[in-house]
Design a binder for this molecule. Structure first.
Ligand code: HEM
Ligand SMILES: *[C@@H]1O[C@H](CO)[C@@H](O)[C@H](O)[C@H]1NC(C)=O
Ligand SMILES: *[C@@H]1O[C@H](CO)[C@@H](O)[C@H](O)[C@H]1NC(C)=O
Ligand SMILES: *[C@@H]1O[C@H](CO)[C@@H](O)[C@H](O)[C@H]1NC(C)=O
Ligand SMILES: *[C@@H]1O[C@H](CO)[C@@H](O)[C@H](O)[C@H]1NC(C)=O
Ligand SMILES: *[C@@H]1O[C@H](CO)[C@@H](O)[C@H](O)[C@H]1NC(C)=O
Ligand SMILES: *[C@@H]1O[C@H](CO)[C@@H](O)[C@H](O)[C@H]1NC(C)=O
Ligand SMILES: *[C@@H]1O[C@H](CO)[C@@H](O)[C@H](O)[C@H]1NC(C)=O
Ligand SMILES: *[C@@H]1O[C@H](CO)[C@@H](O)[C@H](O)[C@H]1NC(C)=O
Ligand SMILES: *[C@@H]1O[C@H](CO)[C@@H](O)[C@H](O)[C@H]1NC(C)=O
Ligand SMILES: *[C@@H]1O[C@H](CO)[C@@H](O)[C@H](O)[C@H]1NC(C)=O
Length: 520
């Protein structure tokens, strides 16, 4: 039985390295998934701050995050960034085509999982929005819980007075100074759309009246305001009632705006406030520690000449592996292609691939790594703070998805070129009479407009005719659509119930053999 295990080595400071290891204990599926989405994930559309609909993708994504968060109430701990925005788009404060479009983007990525919902994606979108337009990297936490109904209509509107705005921001958890800065940190991107705000943008030949002259995430919004050259229509628009940015920015005699004239202060202030904004969640929700750098199996940048060895201990004492562990050297190295978040942190890293053949009787209990720089210095041991990386799925114990027997099937029947995944599950024992079933999670919603909610389907597995029992295992199979990303599997063998939860099929599929079924 063999399994490829991916191992990430990343450049970083020694301090960063020590910190990563202390905050991250493997395994942690939520943190690992969030880390992967942040540094190698699909939201990587914002690099270079691309234009869309006369504004930018980043502007649209950041506004969605703020509006979703705006339902928070510090007084009773309800609301916050919880994807309730999906049910609030008919409220007047949420007008604007960027809202539905952004949520369609997030649905289309198909990255929600049973433990990482739309609210986590919206928050991640805000991180990508800011860094994509040249702003700071906002440390990201995961663990939000999606709401299933609308929250209260508490998003501020331009025609409201300053007293109302101060009270709405207080309810969201921000004081008056923070309100001024947060509005500037938002209105550095994008602008106001004529069709949606015809009383504010009165020139019908204008599509979007941008808040400042640069699409970038910078403090031009501040400097142009203080120089009286601003084009922000919420400052200089024709109707005094809707000059909300002017009322807010000047509410402390411009003191806060003056402080934001330093681009470093602007960047640091916005990073801190936007981090608080995306972490504003109902009081019952617990978020993970913030991710400020990639930490999965992190080691300090090894020399190019380094030898990286994976070691492991078997499950049954020292019956097979020596007391120092079984070992294998990495067989190949691949570069990591970082998202804009990693690029902004100047990260370079490699994946070290290992092909370890694990004795199926003695199995594996944990693994760890040794990096030898081959320069006379002591090898560096990476062992998850001493405990080693405990194996999530012990093959000898019970139930697992068999990567080697699973296949990607491409039918080549004329008129039917369906592709699907033939998932093969190994069940311990002479288990032909077992009942094996799984819940398949499809992240994509086929709805045309929000709310977008994932679906789960129950699938029964059949005894696999093409893979007769071998060794201690019996094999079961089912055909699964490509839209399925996660599986929960249960096998009832006699009176024993075996389960595998949150198996990431989308990640495993790369290692499945591809077969073409050509009709005879
Ligand atoms: C009193 C508070 C606020 C008011 C009255 C307000 C009002 C508005 C209005 C009327 C628009 C135009 C929307 C459109 O045409 O699509 C807008 C756009 C925007 N707002 Fe705010 N806003 C406020 C606070 C914030 C905050 C705190 C943030 C984020 C931190 C933010 C982020 C944005 C962004 C990024 C856009 C541009 C959207 C795009 O170009 O598609 N706003 N805001
Ligand atoms: C602000 O608006 C609120 C709600 O419309 C109103 O009750 C309040 O009197 C206004 N305050 C001022 C100072 O105009
Ligand atoms: C808002 O809070 C910040 C930091 O907690 C503090 O420095 C600032 O003085 C406060 N502003 C107001 C108006 O209370
Ligand atoms: C900007 O304009 C306002 C109102 O016209 C004026 O009070 C203020 O002094 C001007 N500021 C600068 C820096 O020119
Ligand atoms: C100014 O805006 C307010 C609020 O949208 C609106 O009620 C009022 O009619 C507007 N005034 C003018 C002159 O357009
Ligand atoms: C704040 O700055 C704006 C824009 O320059 C200006 O119009 C206004 O007079 C200033 N307010 C104070 C109190 O300095
Ligand atoms: C959050 O953490 C607290 C304290 O550890 C715990 O009691 C609570 O159940 C957790 N809530 C959720 C939703 O996991
Ligand atoms: C990344 O490298 C660029 C170009 O060398 C530099 O300007 C920037 O400050 C670096 N950023 C970080 C976070 O080290
Ligand atoms: C892994 O090693 C086994 C046994 O040495 C070999 O049969 C197999 O082809 C290797 N797999 C890969 C992907 O290199
Ligand atoms: C696997 O380990 C067992 C002891 O746990 C040993 O008897 C057996 O020979 C090993 N199999 C192989 C192929 O090395
Ligand atoms: C999976 O699809 C193939 C090809 O259509 C079919 O032969 C096989 O019976 C299917 N397997 C199951 C378990 O439905």
């Amino acid at each position: 039985m063999s399994q490829l295990i991916r191992f990430l080595a990343v450049a970083g400071t020694l301090a960063g390295y020590a910190q990563s290891l202390s905050t991250f204990q493997w395994p942690n599926p939520l943190l690992s998934y969030a880390d992967n989405q942040l540094y190698e994930g699909n939201l990587d559309l914002t690099g270079g701050c691309p234009t869309r609909d006369d504004t930018t993708i980043s502007a649209q994504w950041l506004r969605v995050a703020y509006h979703d968060m705006s339902t928070h109430n510090v007084d009773d701990g309800t609301g916050g960034l919880d994807a309730s925005i999906m049910y609030e788009l008919d409220m007047p404060q949420n007008v604007g085509e960027g809202m539905a479009l952004s949520l369609q983007d997030f649905n289309g990525f198909g990255i929600v999982t049973p433990f990482f919902g739309m609210a986590d994606v919206i928050a991640l979108g805000a991180v990508f929005a800011v860094v994509g337009c040249g702003g700071p990297v906002i440390p990201y936490s995961a663990g939000r819980i999606d709401a299933s109904t609308a929250g209260p209509p508490t998003v501020p509107q331009p025609q409201q007075n300053l007293t109302t705005h101060i009270e709405l921001f207080r309810q969201q958890g921000f004081n008056e100074t923070e309100m001024i800065a947060l509005v500037a940190c938002g209105h550095t991107l994008g602008g106001v759309r004529q069709v949606d705000f015809p009383l504010i943008v009165t020139d019908t030949s204008t599509d979007v009246d941008t808040f400042d002259t640069t699409p970038a995430y910078d403090n031009t919004i501040v400097s142009q305001y203080l120089q009286n050259t601003t084009q922000d229509v919420l400052v200089v628009g024709p109707n005094v009632t809707t000059q909300s940015d002017l009322r807010i920015f000047s509410s402390d005699g411009n003191v806060t705006m003056q402080s934001l004239l330093s681009s470093d202060t602007f960047s640091d202030t916005c990073a801190a406030l936007l981090q608080r904004m995306i972490n504003t969640v109902p009081s019952t929700v617990n978020l993970t520690d913030p991710i400020a750098e990639p930490f999965q199996y992190v080691i300090k940048d090894p020399f190019a000449s380094a030898t990286v060895t994976m070691l492991w201990a078997d499950q049954q004492g020292d019956s097979f592996c020596p007391s120092t562990g079984c070992s294998v050297q990495s067989s190949s190295i691949q570069p990591v292609f970082f998202t804009i978040t990693g690029k902004a942190q100047n990260l370079t890293a490699s994946w070290y691939l290992f092909n370890a053949t694990i004795n199926s009787t003695s199995s594996i209990s944990k693994f760890w790594f040794e990096i030898n720089n081959n320069d006379g210095s002591d090898p560096i041991v990476v062992d998850n703070g001493g405990s080693g990386f405990a194996i999530e799925q012990d093959p000898s114990l019970s139930l697992f998805v068999d990567f080697m027997r699973s296949e990607t099937v491409q039918l080549e029947t004329p008129g039917d070129f369906t592709a699907f995944q033939k998932v093969v599950v190994a069940v311990l024992g002479n288990a032909a009479s077992a009942t094996v079933s799984m819940t398949a999670f499809t992240p994509f919603s086929t709805a045309l407009a929000p709310p977008f909610t994932p679906t789960t389907t129950s699938i029964s597995l059949e005894l696999d005719e093409t893979n007769p029992p071998e060794g201690a295992f019996t094999f079961f199979t089912a055909n699964v659509s490509f839209s399925v990303t996660f599986l929960d599997i249960t096998a009832n063998v006699g009176s024993t119930s075996l389960t595998v939860e949150n198996f990431n099929l989308a990640a495993a599929i790369d290692s499945f053999t591809l077969i073409n079924v050509i009709p005879s």
